[in-house]
Design a protein around this ligand. Sequence first.
Ligand SMILES: Cc1ncc(C[n+]2csc(CCOP(=O)(O)OP(=O)(O)O)c2C)c(N)n1
Ligand SMILES: [Mg+2]
Length: 277
Amino acid sequence: MAELKQIASQIRRDIVRMVHGASSGHPGGSLGCTDFFTALYFNVMKHDPAFNMNATGEDVFFLSNGHISPVFYSALARSGYFEVKELATFRKLNSRLQGHPATHEHLPGIRIASGSLGQGMSVAIGAALAKKLNGEKNIVYSLHGDGELDEGQIWEAVMFAAHHKVDNLISTVDWNGQQIDGPTDKVMGLGNIRSKFEAFGWATIEMNGNDMDDVIASLQKAKSMTGKDRPVAIMMHTVMGKGVDFMENDHNWHGVAPNDEQLQKALAQLPETLGDY
Ligand SMILES: Cc1ncc(C[n+]2csc(CCOP(=O)(O)OP(=O)(O)O)c2C)c(N)n1
Ligand SMILES: [Mg+2]
């Protein structure tokens, strides 16, 4: 557990350095979801950094809220998909690390383009059904923003997955209460999204996405709930900007880069544990 927390600290450093280096990008959601990515890529998922697009015999993760690419790229690099120093090219011309993940650049670890919100669950369902047809026991994971749930396609997918008993799928919602234009309550009230997923026929759990012990325990619990005829949804409570005090709980840090002074303030709060790129 201590090791996972150290990895998370380094990933948070990578995120603020990458976004600062490009003078653009999305630190808020990335920092909030860092513990989740760390748990998935360094503990929970069965996956192979010697990347294979088809993911045969592996668990698969799809990032649907593609704007939080900094945390995805850092987790991939730090777990061995590509060299950590490539993080320095984030959002630069001709980089494989586009602002929003894309398959065109052939970056190991990326299986779909995302950034246009609402699409990732549909893809995850397709992959989960393919695994069933192939007789594979692996699990498909997807991550979604809470603001992303404003997209109608999500609810079509939620309904479809329940109807077709896609029970090898674990979809997580980053319930940070914030989106690009403000708090979700002001932009488009979501109500109780856990009850909504339940009403659509999913099995659900809730977790504190910024408490590593809870993230690991809850992901294990979610895994134990697969294979029982229902897709599984995790309502993940997080704090946007988690780990950098002046970014926490503020939608203004959804997609803004820190300046030089803000970067130094942020880094002072995030111990360098694995070495900066
Ligand atoms: C289809 C689509 N509509 C609008 C956008 C613009 N957009 C990018 S991020 C975002 C807010 C998403 O909110 P949330 O999923 O809660 O992400 P967070 O701000 O918490 O990181 C919006 C509306 C988009 N990327 N795709
Ligand atoms: Mg949000």
